[in-house]
Design a protein around this ligand. Structure first.
Ligand code: GLU
Length: 296
């Protein structure tokens, strides 16, 4: 593999976002910011997954578009967030520019099918690595570790401090997600309300239609930051949700390549920079220690 480097400075200007789910992103991204992505000129082994993607001239990425900090569409329809930055790292190391990334919305329930049907090359979408999913897709990473938590109305009128307190309460989550599955299996006395996307749960909590919303803490933190008058995080994570980059099963060359890209970004500080300008900017938090990549 021959690698020559050249730097491309890409200016990305923040835009004003609209809608409830976008408020947090709005606050953090209103100001113009500049992104420096180092696009590499690379040659991959003919026949490799990377060579095929480069040959197609397009990296097709499934991501969320309603989760402030990780994947949130701006007014132009382009997603922004920490997950989106991971996809940009990978594209740049393949010699592809940001214009050559095609983002497609994936919700929690269609991530495996999108990979299995070949509709996308990868999914970067707050996607927990677990053994059930590994039966049908593969994962590079993890690149972040979240934990399931609960969001309640500001002031916590129902006094919900953890999942045990959800008995007899209505709690909203998303079909096809690990938090929904956890409630269904381990807290059956909770009344589970399911949608396809978390922004709909946040709307229901705001309108008083449900008592709580449950999913990963970082997703909930994004919603709280966008509307602190309405929402509050319980702040008591009760699972481990290691985020991986979902890939079609069996593409070991691509998985190895992405794991290398992730490790490099952990070491050279670009991963932490990506955090600072996305999820970190919204929630006012420092980048954590990067997790250890699992090359299973
Ligand atoms: N990380 C969890 C999952 O992969 C919840 C977040 C989501 O639904 O994207 O299911």
């Amino acid at each position: 593999m021959r690698i020559t480097r050249y730097a491309a400075t890409l200016a990305a200007f923040g835009v004003v976002l609209t809608g409830c789910a976008s408020e947090a992103g709005n606050q953090a991204q209103q100001e113009a910011e500049e992104t420096t992505a180092e696009v590499e000129e690379v040659e991959f082994e003919p026949g490799s997954t990377m060579a095929e993607i480069v040959e197609a001239g397009e990296l097709r990425v499934g991501t969320k578009i309603d989760q402030p900090g990780f994947g949130l569409a701006n007014t132009a329809g382009d997603p922004e967030g920490f997950d989106v930055e991971m996809a940009k790292f990978i594209a740049a190391k393949m010699g592809l520019t940001e214009d050559q990334i095609t983002f497609t919305e994936t919700v929690s329930a269609n991530r495996e099918p999108f990979l299995q049907n070949g509709q996308v090359d990868m999914v970067v979408a707050t996607y927990t690595i677990n053994d059930t999913r590994k039966q049908v897709v593969d994962f590079a990473g993890p690149y972040y570790e979240a934990g399931q938590d609960i969001m309640v109305a500001a002031g916590n009128p129902e006094k919900i401090e953890g999942p045990e307190d959800l008995a007899g309460k209505s709690v909203c989550s998303v079909e096809g997600s690990t938090p929904a599955e956890n409630i269904r299996t381990n807290y059956p006395e909770a009344e589970l309300v399911l949608y396809d996307a978390y922004s709909k749960c946040a709307d229901d909590l705001r309108n008083g239609n449900v008592d709580a919303v449950t999913t990963d803490n970082v997703i909930l933190t994004g919603f709280v930051a966008g509307d602190p008058e309405a929402f509050e995080l319980v702040g008591n994570p009760f699972t481990k949700e290691p985020y991986g980059i979902g890939l079609p099963k069996g593409q070991d060359d691509f998985r190895d390549f992405i794991n290398d890209v992730l490790e490099e970004s952990f070491e050279d500080g670009t991963w932490a920079e990506a955090w600072d300008k996305t999820a970190g900017a919204i929630t006012n938090t420092e980048a954590p220690e990067p997790p250890k990549v699992d090359r299973y």
